[in-house]
Design a protein around this ligand. Structure first.
Ligand code: NAD
Length: 350
């Protein structure tokens, strides 16, 4: 296995699903979630220097396929990701993804990686990094509504980064709750399987909604939400797909990643264009207020933004250095004489 040195620039390091899983075990899941949260927080701190655009989405009746690009001026990155709620019933993932980093100086890719596992990790790390800033002090119980692919990652990130020690699970499908409860055994959290969303919220300072349904769903209604909680709303992340009744939004202080994207995709698509939101990077930098009192309802209207994927890819690129956890891909045609691409093809004749 080679190092990621400039002399190898024509070969692109590739992290497969198998190697991503090995990397998780090599680092440890909770240290990796913490490491990702640190990288994401560091990039939120330098938010203003990034190229930013709402993701480029191709919608269909069944779901969405999206490209999420960004650049910090030295490195460019993008993620390809889909969201197809119906996939689960067909034995397929709702969300799959891969991503790339490239050197802005010469445009050559420097990393290609699976991002289905990495997206679950980065989404969980982002949720917990945000909750660290907004959740009520001393919140140790989280309601986890929607017990699908993201749910265990969400729970363990809240444990690793915010000190949550109890997770109360609810899903309309009891088999999903059983799966999540089984997977969370042995991770040092108290896990309670609940029969309704209301039951899951008993004593919870943090409420995470992470369901998948391509409709204006009301997983939470206003009367279910008591004063002082932090809502981490993950599942409403595309036009026509929301989880919260809009009355909750009017009672909450709403925090977002990148407003031009969140206004199209997030819970706030239900609200007027000028609905007030706070950008999370400003809270992290201390230029905007986060939680100011115990009775305030804080709501992270998460849709997933390109900079979080960029941070996650940066983390992976740094952490595979000196390991065997990538392979070199012959992805770029790179003739010795840059102008002789044709000659290179001709010489390849058998
Ligand atoms: P998944 O299909 O694996 O799981 C979704 C779960 O929600 C299923 O178990 C389903 O039974 C449950 N569910 C559906 N309707 C429900 C309801 N009314 N009440 C309770 N449970 C209900 O999906 P996933 O990969 O876990 O993703 C969940 C959602 O999160 C998707 O909508 C996805 O697009 C979104 N997501 C957002 C981000 C982000 O950055 N914000 C990142 C990844 C995924």
């Amino acid at each position: 296995m080679t190092n990621l040195s400039p002399s190898d620039k024509a070969l692109v390091p590739f992290v497969s699903v198998d190697n991503m899983m090995k990397l998780v075990h090599h680092i440890g899941l909770e240290p990796m979630l913490k490491g990702l949260a640190d990288y994401i927080e560091a990039d939120f701190k330098r938010w203003e220097l990034f190229d930013k655009t709402p993701r480029v989405a191709s919608h269909s009746a069944e779901g969405v396929i999206e490209l999420m690009p960004t650049s910090d001026g030295e490195v460019y990155g993008f993620k390809y990701v889909n969201g197809h709620p119906k996939n689960m019933k067909e034995g397929l993932q709702t969300v799959t993804a891969f991503g790339l980093l490239a050197d802005v100086g010469n445009g050559y890719p420097v990393l290609l990686s699976e991002m289905t596992v990495l997206t679950a990790l980065r989404t969980a790390a982002t949720s917990a990094m945000v909750a660290k800033h907004l959740a009520p002090k001393g919140a140790t119980t989280m309601a986890m509504i929607g017990n699908g692919a993201q749910s265990e990652f969400q729970s363990l990130a809240m444990k690793a980064i915010c000190g949550v020690d109890t997770v109360r699970l609810y899903d309309i499908d009891p088999a999903a709750t059983e799966k999540a409860a089984r997977n969370l055994e042995g991770w040092g959290m108290k896990v309670v399987a609940c029969k309704s969303a209301e039951e899951s919220m008993e004593g919870a300072g943090i409420i995470t909604t992470c369901t998948a349904d391509k409709q204006y769903a009301t997983i939470l209604t206003d009367n279910m939400i008591g004063a002082g909680v932090h809502i981490n709303a993950i599942g409403g992340d595309c036009p026509g797909k929301t989880e919260l009744h809009k009355d909750i939004l009017t009672r909450s202080d709403v925090f977002v990643e990148y407003p031009p994207q969140t206004r199209i995709e997030g819970e706030i698509q239900q609200m007027p264009e000028d609905f007030a939101v706070t950008e999370m990077w400003e809270v992290i930098n201390g230029t905007a207020e986060g939680r100011t009192n115990e009775r305030q309802i804080t709501l992270f209207d998460s849709v997933g933004f390109a900079i979080e994927d960029f941070s996650a890819l940066r983390f992976v690129r740094d952490r595979i250095q000196g390991t065997e956890l990538f392979m070199d891909l012959d992805l770029l045609a790179d003739p010795d004489d840059p102008r002789d691409l044709f000659g290179m093809v001709q010489r390849a004749a058998v």
